[in-house]
Design a protein. Sequence first.
Length: 569
Amino acid sequence: MYNKIQGMVMADQVEMLTRALISIKSVNGTTGEVEIADFIKNVLMSFPYFQQHPTNIWEQHIPNDPLGRKNIFALIRGENNDNRTIIYHSHIDTVGIEDFGSVKKDALNPDALAAFFATYELDKDVQKDAQSGDWLFGRGSVDMQSGIAVHLANVLYFSEHLEELPGTILLMLNPDEESQHKGVISAISELKRLQDEYNLQYIIAINDDFITSLYDDDPYRYIYTGAAGKLLPSFYIYGREAHVGETLSGIDPNLISAEITRRIHNNVDLTENIEGELVLPPSCLYQRDNKEAYNVQTATSSYLYFNYFIYEATGKEIMDKLTAITIEACKEVENLLHRHYQEFLKRTGLPAKALSWTIEVTSLAEYMDELSRKGLNPEKTARAVFEHNKDVEPRMLCFKIIEALQELDPEKKARVIIFYAPPYLPHNYLNEEKKRDHELVEAIKDVLENVEQETGEKFALKKFFPYLADGSFLSLHETDEEMISLMKNFPQWDLINPLPVNEIRSLNVSSINIGVYGKDAHKWTERVYKPYTFGVLPAVIRKVTMRLLNVSLAYPLSTPRNGAKTIFL
């Protein structure tokens, strides 16, 4: 690849690399993730710097991954041999191509798609962009093969201008971002190894995942100094089944589920109020009862979970808030069922039965303690369910565990058990109340102001990248107490959601996003804007890199550990 791009201006280098990456079908959960990793490694190995330093490129296989997926690492040291390090990271997987429909065969062919959309009358905005020649189409064009290309081009640049690099750059490219984030989670151990063995001091990580406009005619390119986190609060709802001829005597878990959803789904009042930030409300991702076939009995239980973005709040705060809401929802259902039953008795003249409408609400941690106090062994039961259902989809496995705990309980009360299911993404952001973080943010602002003057681009600095990103896993802001509370509400945390908490806390690397610009990520009309992404963005990232490495000079390196090595001899 080097022979093809050497001598080109950087914009052309980035475009050629982007086209080559798009042509590889690197769909999440397929061997295409391995193919693109191998391609990227070969591209890097073609660079003269890595011809001279071949051990500075390596791969790390994801443990026990059936596809053989792997992380790719490459490292460049500036002339001063300084250990201060900027991490460049991107994800190498894409979503599928099924949404391309009749043009699915061209999903990885930017020119064919541009020709198709240039005559596409059903979407005038897409048609205009295709006709302009300023946009590159194709699956992964903006999310995020162009981002990989930008990092590769900058790695090549610094490898040929070592005198401009006042520190070290570590390139890290990860699979599985679009699903379980196994790539970056596995990479934590490698980042820790490099820190321990070679005394690398990580200043910041720069992700270049896609950005887009937030409203019509939005003139800004958004730079984010952090990433939102995510929880998946889940509700196992156990009711009281009944024959359809006696439904007034039952407690329908679907009714409870509906009332909880009504109070939580898209409820803006539940979002964190952070001035100037795009914060998103929780949204229902799954709601159904456990019936698998038709019969005339009402459902026994129901499953429900929500996507819940977290910005500055903790898992404990979210659990407390959702518990209070669920208690209110259950009280509403209890009162409704009681009123319906009383009206039924009034109309029919039948004698009343001794029925209770009480619905208990508990967190998983509280329920595990309750079962233990009854002399039961909930941990043994949960572990056995896991061992017999390892291949079950992780969220359904969690529900199976909760269901087994409910069956273990001799008291078959109507109840809602609230827990967390994977994935969990920590929130990661620069905290400007800390002097070091404040100075890094100010340095980024200075760079953006200079680029605005040079290029005419308009930038807006925000705190939280509004979409999920691998950078979430590079730092933890929760206290030990808050993390313990969170982990206790995950069924079999160490087996289903084995996040290396101690290693992440030890690394504590903030991840900022200086992203490629485009439209319609995850849609068949996905496209990247070439003038900014290929022409402006690489220089922005280079300038930020050099500025942050220089700012970090005010903060002394930690004392080298005994046995610490000097890398790249």
